[in-house]
Design a protein around this ligand. Structure first.
Ligand code: FES
Length: 128
């Protein structure tokens, strides 16, 4: 018989679990390319500032459920950055500005309504 602790660890390692560790999990691209790279990078465009702002806004919202915001590597939507993805919804946001953080937290994380004006619906490579 598993203890609660072991059961919790299994949920963490089992992506198909119906009991995820985080209610919402945000990945914020902070990728930074070298100067003269052929593609832009979110890190140059305040990616790290977004991570700090999301963490602060989530903390202040005091949601009562586990929500994590963290930096990520390139999400391959560089031309549309800075980019953020929210799981388990799989909703991508593009051109996210510091002034958008509060709206994403209030609408998407608190009210469970994605912010449509920032939402990316199709990968640009797929659209070609
Ligand atoms: S550098 Fe951010 S999506 Fe590629």
């Amino acid at each position: 018989m598993f203890s609660d602790r072991i059961t919790d660890e299994l949920h963490y390692f089992c992506p198909m679990s119906d009991s995820p560790i985080y209610h919402k999990h945000l990945f914020i691209c902070t990728n930074q390319r070298p100067d003269n790279a052929p593609r832009p990078s979110c890190g140059e465009a305040h990616g790290l500032e977004l991570v700090v702002a999301f963490k602060k806004a989530i903390n202040e919202a005091n949601l009562g459920v586990p929500i994590r915001a963290q930096k990520s590597g390139c999400l391959d939507l560089c031309e549309l950055g800075p980019t953020v993805v929210v799981y388990p919804d799989g909703i991508f946001y593009g051109s996210v500005q510091l002034s958008d953080v509060h709206e994403i937290v209030q609408e998407h994380l608190v009210n469970n309504r994605p912010v449509e004006r920032l939402r990316l619906r199709e990968h640009p490579k797929k659209a070609k």
